[in-house]
Write a protein that binds this ligand. Structure first.
Ligand SMILES: [Fe+2]
Length: 282
């Protein structure tokens, strides 16, 4: 079956049809998919009925899988049934305790794992159970955000570093559920993608604490303008999940958020990430 590439919107994402990810991917197809990923930032594969092993193999087509950031003793109970590199995101509760991480509701825009020195370059998210509505994943193209950013912001922040943590909130900034056990990292406010060479915004509403060498009173208004600009609803692709969707995105040139969803409905997703190969550079 020939590969079909259907853009998800004008700015980000493509649905790829004609690939069965339950099967091994030959080197020629792997390179083709990788090139499409670099071009479109987010790839969607629908109707993939994957086992955990097949999810790991599908992720591996895009690079080495990263280890889970969360230490074993802090993992929710559902992780005991998973392969090593898979994270469980779910609001399903057993004995009142969520079986997975990031259980309920909305999440602010963020880049996965930007609070470590070498952030994970990509993330795969696979849907097993989805609510009747909501729990959508929204994607912003941060190349476009950079390229269209007003000059006065670029001039003030070009060459500067920002520091990031996962302490400000787990799902929303200020929700009081940050994770003090994880590290803080410093990266350029604008990074150059190590494979495409294009520049992108690399700060976000959930994780960015401030700018090195700037007072909060100076940096906050600038950062807030970047967030508002980057999250422009006209640019966003909002993915409405069906079961057995696999999405892969590039954390170096996109950020993502989650919309709210009904508390009483089940949502169960499996997540894998791809190791980064270098510290982000400006
Ligand atoms: Fe995320």
């Amino acid at each position: 079956m020939a590969l079909e590439v259907i853009p998800l919107n004008k700015f980000i994402g493509a649905e790829i049809r004609g690939v069965d990810l339950t099967q091994p991917v030959c080197e020629e197809l792997r390179k083709q998919l990788y090139g499409l990923w670099m071009d479109h930032i987010v790839l969607l594969f629908r109707d993939q009925k994957l086992t955990q092993e097949q999810l790991v193999a599908a992720t591996g087509n895009f690079g080495p899988l990263a280890k889970l950031a969360r230490k074993a003793e802090f993992r929710p109970p559902g992780y005991s049934k998973l392969l090593d590199n898979i994270m469980l995101i779910s609001n399903i509760r057993e004995n009142g305790v969520p079986i997975g991480a990031l259980p309920d509701g909305e999440m602010h825009f963020h880049h996965d794992m930007m609070h470590v020195e070498i952030p994970h370059k990509g993330t795969c998210l696979y849907s097993v159970e989805v609510p009747s509505h909501g729990g959508n994943t929204c994607f912003a193209n941060t190349y476009v955000a950079y390229e269209t950013l007003p000059d006065d912001i670029k001039q003030k922040l070009e060459g500067k570093q920002a520091f990031h943590s996962y302490n400000l909130g787990e799902q929303k900034r200020g929700d009081g559920k940050g994770s003090p056990q994880v590290n803080q990292a410093t990266h350029p406010v604008f990074i150059r993608h190590d494979e495409t060479g294009r520049k992108a915004v690399f700060v976000n509403r959930l994780m960015t604490e401030g700018v090195v060498g700037m007072n909060d009173s100076e940096s906050y208004p600038l950062l807030n303008r970047i967030y508002d600009h980057s999250e422009n609803p006209e640019w966003i692709y909002e993915h409405v999940w069906r079961p057995n969707d696999l999405l892969i995105w590039d954390n170096r040139c996109s950020m993502h958020a989650r919309t709210d969803f009904p508390e009483g409905e089940r949502r169960l997703m499996l997540r894998t990430t791809i190791e980064g190969s270098t510290r982000p550079a400006g």
